[in-house]
Structure formats: C-alpha cells, structure tokens
Design a protein around this ligand. Sequence first.
Ligand SMILES: [Zn+2]
Length: 322
Amino acid sequence: MPLYLDDAVPPPMPREFLHVLLDCYKFIGEKPVNPAMAMGLLRERLLPLLPEVHKPLFDFRGQTSWDTLWILYANLASASGGTDRQLIASAAVVSIFVRHITQPPREVEFPAYLELASFVRMATLLDLPKAHPHLGAQGVSTPLYAFCRYCWLPQRARGVCKHHSASPRPVDKVGVPVCAVATHKQVQRLRPAFEKELIRIVSAEEWQFHESEFGSAVMVPPSGLANWLKERRPVLAQQLEPEGCRGEVRQLPALLQALYGNEGVDVAPAIGGAVHLLTPITARAEAWLCAWKGRKSWGGQRQGAGKPAVHPNNKDTTQSVK
Ligand SMILES: [Zn+2]
C-alpha cells in the first residue's frame, strides 16, 4: 500500500512540513509501506525539523506497528498543547501517514485497546507473562482483556458490557462498579473524553518506562499496591478509600471490588498472583473515572436539556491539528 496523498487534505502547516510530506510521497512512489518503513521515513525527514527537546518523542523500542505510529501522533499532538505549530504540523504529518496508507483512507478510530498494545510491549521487555486469562464469573467465561467499548468491564455481547448496551436488560445495581450506574447515553457521550484520557495515561506511562530504562514501576505491583494506586491511579484509588484502612493485605480484594463489583471475587483466582495483568484495566478505569469527574463541565447537561453544544472533548482529535 503506497501513500495515497491525492485523497489527503493537509491542514495549513509550515512549508517545510508540507515538503516532508511531498518528499515522502515521491520517495514511496508505488512501493508498499509498512509501519517500520513509515517510522523510518518520519525519523529521517520529519524529526530533523523539530528542536532537540522534542526528539525523544520519536523514541520507541521494539517492533513498530500502526499503533506505535498512532501513539507517536498522540504524543506529538498532546506535547503541542494545541499551540506549538511545529508539533501540531508534525502530528498532522504522522496522522496523514497513518490514515492515507489505504484507499479509501483508513477511518482513524481510537486504536482498539491501545492500553493492551502498550502493556504487551512493556511486559515483553520485562519478561512478564502476558497471558489473557478468562474470567469465570457466574459460569460465563469472559476474556479478561475483552473490554466494553465504553468502560472497563468485560464485554458480554456486541462489544459492550451488560450495563451499556443500547437497551440494557434490568441488572441488579447493587455491588456493581461506578461505571455501571452511567446510562448508555451517558457513556456514549463520555467516550471521546474517556479515550483522550486513556491516550494521555498510557502514552505518558510508556514514555516514562522507556525513559527510566524499563525501571519505572508501571505495572500493578504484587506488594505496595496502595501506594502504587495513589501515585499512578489516583482517581481509582479514591474509589477504594472506604476500604483504605484495611491495610495492604486487603487492598487487592478492595481493588477488585472497585473494578468488578461483587464479581471481583472471581477475578482473583483467574489472575493468580499475576496482579500486573491488571495494569490495562486499571488504566481504563482511571481514564474513565477522570473523564466522568470532568463531565460536570459539559454544557446543557441536565437530563432532558436540548442537544448540547459541541464540547471540545467531543471533537475528533484527528481534526484538531491546524
Ligand atoms: Zn460498559
């Protein structure tokens, strides 16, 4: 698949960035492009346009995938703070690479389970197991990592958990995690903010992990869980606070209760001692809870209010590059 630049409408950007795009287009010609080649070209031609301080944004180890490029895009866009023209233009170039490598252009969706891809990369470097155990809650076998698209709970059908289908069957709301109380409409509305938070958390952690030469404690630890949660998942940690005085030993059941509600008791045996397997789900939960906390800033958000004005969080982030 070459680069189909004819379909792309690059946003206004400094001339030298546009030239990078055109040079790459000419260089690629009819050649098929894979993620490693795309990253190589971007490092060779785009990276020199950035000041030294931003160059580490291009440091990725391990195999390059389209997800890696998408993380690069997310890192550049978020480092730009929406104001740095060079970073905004770089992000736009990367996003064109990711989208226009197919014809018609790839619908750039939030990458499916960005947090899982990141977890697998880091766990591989640490030589930790990455198995995807199944949860056996109430006789239903659910893969630990098949998340509801709107929250952190396991999928039941059509990509959503039992609380977030378009027409949920009545489910007992006693002993359920916080996200279960949000309605289908609410979680749909929350999704862009949720995904933005998730990109922020996951890319910052992976970045830190590499910066620390793999020494940073990014995985859920078998001990010292309370401190880890306070530091790395502070909003989720607040969910555990009523249980907080129980001490370290009881922190894991409290965390599983916060994540899965009463079904959490089934999760402990499924993961065995490998608590680091909870790293992706805690990232999702933290991101969701951050977004949920921030929803108060939504305009016209009372129930029954008319169609709300577009909130900045609802904009497609791929469009926000100017
Ligand atoms: Zn859900």
